[in-house]
Design a protein around this ligand. Structure first.
Ligand SMILES: Nc1nc2c(c(=O)[nH]1)N[C@H]1C(S)=C(S)[C@@H](COP(=O)(O)OP(=O)(O)OC[C@H]3O[C@@H](n4cnc5c(=O)[nH]c(N)nc54)[C@H](O)[C@@H]3O)O[C@H]1N2
Ligand SMILES: Nc1nc2c(c(=O)[nH]1)N[C@H]1C(S)=C(S)[C@@H](COP(=O)(O)OP(=O)(O)OC[C@H]3O[C@@H](n4cnc5c(=O)[nH]c(N)nc54)[C@H](O)[C@@H]3O)O[C@H]1N2
Ligand code: SF4
Ligand SMILES: [Mo]
Length: 746
């Protein structure tokens, strides 16, 4: 649509992936008619991808729910908001009263990290409910990284990111930022930044069983056998010790366990590991030498190194390599971002450390990790009879029927619940089971601040956007929806919504003024609360976090410091500078040092040693992402759906010839967990022995309302998994490197 006289523009950071690009939206009335990259954005400088460009279409999708749905006589019907919240209270409260808080399972999906509401309210909901049954997308994703960093640095959120713009050598493992635009490494225009690395004479190595578009940019592409990265990385560590290439440098005084790691990797010679990973020993040695020789280097692992059987070990080894080569915490290496809403830095010293397994799940006995149980175990917690069974589910921005293993079992389990509420804009494979669906307004009607991704960004910066378009009268924003959900499960459902934010403000400020390390120590929390700026509770909480944060004004202590009002004056954001060294202050291990060889890791290493020897025969499955897609929920946008964004089984021509599979023919993919049928796509971009199917498809269930997606449903790759394969240290589902059999369908 062409801009007209009546059109205006507004800034809005894109919530559709971790790159957090600043967009300039064109708005006609209340409709977003266009989106382009914001050239003045302090971080993204005008970059945009096809998903960001489709912001308007996604925002105005006619299938989006605009009113709540309430189940009556087995069917969902539209209802008003008061009725919907009353139904939630009536559904949940008696169950909690009769069976206790653990009868409610809370399921949090990926978009929660992309909304303000999803970051601010679920913690309050969980503490109000008091349930131990929390399941999130983290155990389909980055939980191994949290565990590895928790053990190494004492804080599961202290995740170093590659210093992309300054590094001389990037070793990238199981990530495809040319399609995903990056993950646990927030960098708008990741592709451009990789090209810039090459232009300034730097080198890129990509480890991936597929020759991805990212691999095409690399100096070296290593088509590893799926699921064996931990072996390969252990061999790289082995070579560093064997050839005297370890050089932790200034970091050494802050590290313990360097000698123990040497002994731990003794068995992982390039010869032994190379045979298991299908990487020639000479190439492993060359990779280790390149890493050690680079002026600066960063090792970075993502989905392909996390959602595998040794995900936590691989994530640990990534950081071990960064430490041993002296690249952790130095410019050009792997560094800890410092976001504007982080806790203000404190003096170095011993901390509380990190541990898992404080509780165990009822049916499967899985240890808690970061207060969560594996989402692969959600179905069994619902469908295994007995005391403490989950009888109700609160799902916020989650579609586990497609994104987690064994959707058929979960589908049945959700269908048998006493009560379920979904906060979701779509009636999809998961929300169709809800008794109440509460739809948040589209992104144009929501304010935006990146609590999660600023802490993972390759440059410190901060941006805030008010909602570009106001919500209609009487239509709550997602913050209000979640606050009212908190009240619905609390003992005081009738108090005003704003009391949830007021309670959080009171608690946080109360803690801050009694902390001698805070600039507000000794002040009156009531006085501080009165100083908060903002139009609503969400904004006042943001103002509070900014002012208490590392760049904040400390409520007047630093008159030049950051406040919400200052940020509002800068619609394109504020640059806070390049990443800076943060060791030892960032550490909160019990020793106050980097604990390079934690006991939990030592205890899991025998499993990796066994993997040197037992190499499964046959084909294995890996996933893939497509640029114009996002997990399970963007197949309903016409401009993104179609073309090469298809649910096909990619197979190498040699494997295809051996199995009698032809291009386009339907093939059966079978595994221990199940079977799906998909069209074959012959391509030598997957290595021989490996097949690839994308996830998030399978939009063929009844009683959903996603008409575009349903017209090209694809199949659910996670139906090949039964949920029993997990990385034991993190509870993360094994989604890659799954043994499968392929044959003609029929
Ligand atoms: N086989 C395989 N499976 C995978 C993966 C893989 O690589 N391979 N990847 C895994 C990963 S990394 C992840 S993160 C998970 C993701 O899995 P999920 O966390 O289930 O996330 P999505 O599939 O993105 O579904 C998001 C849901 O949120 C809704 N939604 C969208 N926007 C909003 C919003 O603003 N507010 C609210 N309340 N809801 C919203 C959507 O309609 C949808 O129902 O999938 C995992 N599954
Ligand atoms: N366009 C788009 N962007 C997205 C998403 C999306 O669905 N679509 N999802 C978002 C989410 S939730 C996340 S978490 C991020 C993920 O971001 P990335 O981690 O970059 O995810 P992928 O693109 O799936 O890349 C994973 C790569 O690992 C490879 N791989 C598979 N198994 C192995 C293995 O055993 N070893 C190695 N070394 N490699 C392996 C796969 O071939 C694939 O190329 O992307 C985010 N951005
Ligand atoms: S790269 Fe990610 S954040 Fe940037 S426009 Fe595309 S989807 Fe949005
Ligand atoms: Mo993810």
């Amino acid at each position: 649509m062409r801009p007209t006289d009546s059109s205006r523009t507004a800034q809005r950071v894109c919530p559709l992936c971790e790159a957090t690009c600043g967009l300039t939206l064109t708005i006609e009335g209340t409709t977003v008619s266009g989106a382009r990259g914001d050239r003045d954005d302090v971080f993204s400088s005008g970059f945009i991808c096809p998903k960001g460009a489709s912001f308007g279409q996604l925002d105005a999708d006619p299938d989006r729910l605009r009113r709540p749905l309430v189940r009556e006589g087995g069917r969902l019907r539209e209802a008003d908001w008061e009725e919907a919240f009353a139904a939630v209270a009536a559904g949940l409260r008696p169950l909690v009263q009769e069976h206790g808080p653990d009868a409610v399972g809370v399921v949090l999906g990926n978009p929660n990290v992309h909304t303000m509401a999803g970051q601010l309210y679920p913690p309050v909901l969980l503490s109000t409910l008091g349930t131990r049954n929390l399941f999130t997308a983290s155990t389909l994703d980055q939980m191994p990284k949290h565990v590895a960093c928790g053990l190494l640095y004492g804080d599961p959120f202290a995740i170093p990111v590659p210093d992309l713009d300054r590094t001389d050598h990037l070793l990238l493992i199981g990530a495809n930022p040319l399609e995903s635009n990056g993950s646990l490494c927030t960098a708008p225009d990741f592709p451009g930044r990789l090209k810039a690395l090459r232009r300034r004479g730097g080198t890129l190595t990509v480890i991936d069983p597929r020759r991805t578009r990212t691999a095409d940019l690399a100096d070296r592409h290593v088509p590893v056998r799926p699921g064996t990265d931990a072996l390969l990385l252990a061999a790289l560590v082995h070579v560093l010790y064997e050839e005297g290439l370890t050089a932790p440098g200034a970091l050494a005084e802050h590290v313990e366990g360097i000698d123990e790691v040497r002994r731990a990797v003794a068995e992982f010679t390039p010869e032994a590991a190379g045979a298991a990973c299908d990487v020639p020993p000479a190439e492993i040695r060359a990779m280790a030498r390149e890493l050690a020789a680079a002026e600066t280097a960063a090792v970075y692992g993502r989905i392909g190194s996390c959602t595998v059987a040794h995900g936590t070990l691989a994530s640990w080894l990534v950081d071990v390599l960064n430490v041993l080569t002296g690249n952790l915490d130095r410019p050009g290496g792997a560094m800890f971002p410092l976001s504007a809403t982080a806790r203000a830095p404190r003096p170095a010293g011993p901390g509380r450390g990190f541990r898992t397994g404080r509780t165990h799940s009822r049916a499967g006995g899985h240890p808690e990790v970061k207060g969560e149980y594996p989402i692969a175990a959600l179905a069994e917690e619902i469908d295994t009879p007995g005391d403490g069974r989950i009888r109700a589910v609160v799902a916020i921005a989650a579609n586990p029927v497609l994104s987690a293993p064994d959707g058929h079992r979960l589908d049945r389990a959700l269908g048998g619940l006493d009560f379920m509420v979904s906060v979701d804009p779509y009636l999809n494979e998961t929300s169709r089971h809800a008794h109440v669906v509460l739809p948040p307004p589209p992104p144009s009607r929501s304010p935006h601040f990146d609590f999660a991704f600023n802490a993972l960004a390759v440059r410190n910066q901060v941006r805030y956007n008010r909602a570009p378009v106001p919500t209609d009268d009487g239509v709550p924003g997602e913050s209000e929806i979640l606050a009212r959900l908190v009240l619905a499960v609390s003992s005081r459902p009738d108090v005003p919504t704003g009391s949830v934010d007021a309670m959080v403000v009171e608690r946080v400020l109360g803690k801050a003024v009694s902390d001698p390390l805070q600039s507000v120590y000794g002040r009156d929390p009531g006085e501080l609360a009165g100083l908060l700026s903002g139009d609503d509770g969400t904004e006042r909480r943001l103002d509070m976090m900014l002012r208490l944060g590392p760049y904040g004004d400390g409520f007047g202590a630093d008159p030049d410091g950051l406040t919400l009002d200052r940020l509002l004056d800068r619609p394109h954001g504020i640059d806070l500078g390049p990443l800076e060294p943060r060791v030892p202050q960032v550490l909160s291990t019990r020793s106050g040092r980097i604990e390079l060889y934690p006991q939990a890791i030592a205890d899991d290493l025998p499993r990796l040693r066994r993997a040197l020897r037992d190499r499964p025969a046959g084909l294995v499955l890996v996933g893939r992402r497509h640029l114009r897609s996002n997990n399970s929920w963007m197949h309903n946008v016409p401009s993104l759906n179609g073309g090469s964004n298809r649910c096909t089984l990619q197979i190498h021509p040699e494997d295809a010839a051996r199995l009698g599979v032809t291009d386009g023919a339907l093939v059966s993919v079978k595994s221990d967990g199940g079977e799906v049928v998909a069209p074959a796509e012959l391509t030598d971009t997957v290595r021989a022995g490996v097949v690839s199917l994308p996830h998030g498809w399978g939009h063929d269930r009844p009683e959903t309302r996603m008409s575009v997606a349903a017209a090209r449903p694809g199949v659910n790759s996670n139906q090949l998994l039964d949920g029993s394969l997990l990385d034991p240290l993190s509870g993360t589902a094994v989604l890659n490197g799954v043994p499968v059999q392929i044959g003609p369908a029929g």
